[in-house]
Ligand binder design. Structure first.
Ligand code: SAM
Length: 426
């Protein structure tokens, strides 16, 4: 199948008859920006989970198999899918570079049994096309908007922006120089040369005044430099750290901004594994270390809880309520193996935080046993979040709330019952 057919179908689906975005999607070859990716692959890892029936566990959350993007209907069905976010890097392993490893395995005669597997946390996901267009539209991007994109990643979002606006209106930044170089090379192949910068956008952004800032890097608080760089009336759209919430605010020119917070739809959530990517290298390694500790260590505080171990990231409202109360918290859920007893027994959930706190909850036949350690009792905070949700009929109290951002980047919600979302983790 010609990619243009797939791109035209994608454009019809995601652009809601907006001619400007429709042309941009139709003319942008996503397969050139996302040629290969990682897909969850089950890999047997040594298990030290308490009560595990076998010394091995199947870890599908952190095991990945390399996928070679293919031309033709099958490959394009994935790359041009409106709602598929594709993981392009795990730890420091970029999918583009795994190609050489796959060739070596093929040469050594492993055939299909020789899949390239890696283990670790996703550190870059290509945002799903529908989600990108939603973010751009929410930011009010139109033909002459000077826009700053935060989180270049594969460069596909940048490519859409330059297709719509032209090079001179687009600036993009990513903290990873390898990713940025790859994105720059790809854009240059199509004669596109927007301003591209390497750096940590939470501390500094490229000089300039912008009409819109669109970020796929989750933050809480909002970096003060972002609001300061917006024209009065300019819009910021960004995911909120450790949540499935998107913040959309209009700047007032005095360092403050007002707007709303919204829970992502199920489709967008799939499209933005993105928003839960951990930053690469040092931070990813530290997060992995905390997770390993939470899996195996004894906590200072041990008790039973009414809140069971569960795949928290699948419940956006609970996940977001917890994430607003504890920005920076990370969730890892381990499902019991296929031979495990029914009713969730054997499932384990770990919560970790950069401040050194961790909790491990394991469902046993006697109830949910919880180990907690460090300055904060994360499982108790989850129980508070659960209680908040019970009081609001299961809806995250921040969903649809009006929000004011003060110059220090703190989010102030006009109806958020328990904990203001103002403390920092970045
Ligand atoms: C969700 S991915 C990018 C997705 C991109 N929209 C795409 O479709 O390819 C987020 C990107 O943000 C970058 N990033 C993470 N933290 C950052 C920071 N503090 N400053 C700049 N870039 C950052 C990551 O390197 C990653 O490439």
């Amino acid at each position: 199948m010609l990619w243009q057919i797939a791109a035209a179908a994608l454009a019809r689906d995601v652009t809601v008859a907006d001619v400007g975005w429709s042309r941009a999607v139709e003319t942008t070859p996503r397969h050139e920006f996302v040629p290969h990716w990682w897909t969850p692959g089950v890999c047997l890892l040594p298990s030290r989970l308490p009560g595990a029936a076998t010394p091995w566990r199947a870890d599908s959350e952190r095991s990945w198999r390399w996928v070679r993007g293919e031309a033709g209907a099958v490959g394009h069905a994935v790359v041009y899918h409106p709602d598929r976010g594709l993981v392009v890097r795990v730890g420091a392993d970029h999918a583009d570079r795994a190609r050489a490893t796959q060739r070596a395995l093929d040469r050594a005669g492993f055939g299909r049994g020789g899949d390239v597997l890696v283990e670790g946390a996703a550190t870059c996901t290509a945002t799903a096309p529908r989600t990108l267009i939603r973010l751009f539209r929410a930011a009010g991007v139109h033909d002459t908007t000077r826009v700053l994109e935060i989180g270049t990643g594969t460069g596909y979002g940048t490519a859409l922006l330059v297709a719509r606006l032209g090079d001179r209106y687009v600036t993009t930044i990513d903290q990873d120089s390898d990713l940025l170089r790859a994105a720059r090379d790809r854009l240059a192949r199509f004669g596109r040369r927007p301003a591209m910068h390497v750096g940590d956008a939470t501390t500094a952004i490229p000089d300039g005044t912008y009409d819109a800032i669109v970020s796929t890097v989750p933050v809480n608080p909002v970096p003060a430099v972002w609001l300061a760089a917006l024209q009065p009336g300019g819009r910021l759209v960004t995911p909120v750290l450790s949540t499935h919430l998107v913040l959309t605010v209009t700047a007032h020119g005095d360092g403050t901004a007002t707007g709303s917070l919204d829970v992502l739809t199920a489709g967008d959530r799939q499209g933005v594994g993105a928003f839960t990517d951990v930053p690469p290298r040092a931070a990813a390694t530290a997060a992995d270390r905390r997770h390993c500790q939470a899996l195996i260590a004894d906590g200072e505080h041990v008790g039973l809880s009414d809140v069971p171990a569960q795949p928290l990231a699948e419940d956006s409202h609970l996940f977001s309520t917890l994430g607003l109360a504890v920005p920076g918290v990370r969730v890892h859920h381990h499902r019991p193996g296929p031979a495990a007893p029914p009713a969730g027994v054997g499932a384990t959930t770990c919560l970790t935080h950069p401040d050194g706190s961790w909790a491990r909850a394991a469902n046993t036949r006697q109830g949910t046993e919880v180990h907690q350690h460090g300055p904060r009792r994360l499982w108790h905070l989850l129980a508070h979040a659960r209680a908040d949700l019970d009081a609001t009929g299961g809806v995250c109290p921040a969903h649809g709330a009006t929000v004011r951002v003060t110059p220090d980047g703190a989010l102030h919600l006009d109806r958020f019952a328990r904990t203001p979302a103002s403390n920092s983790a970045r």
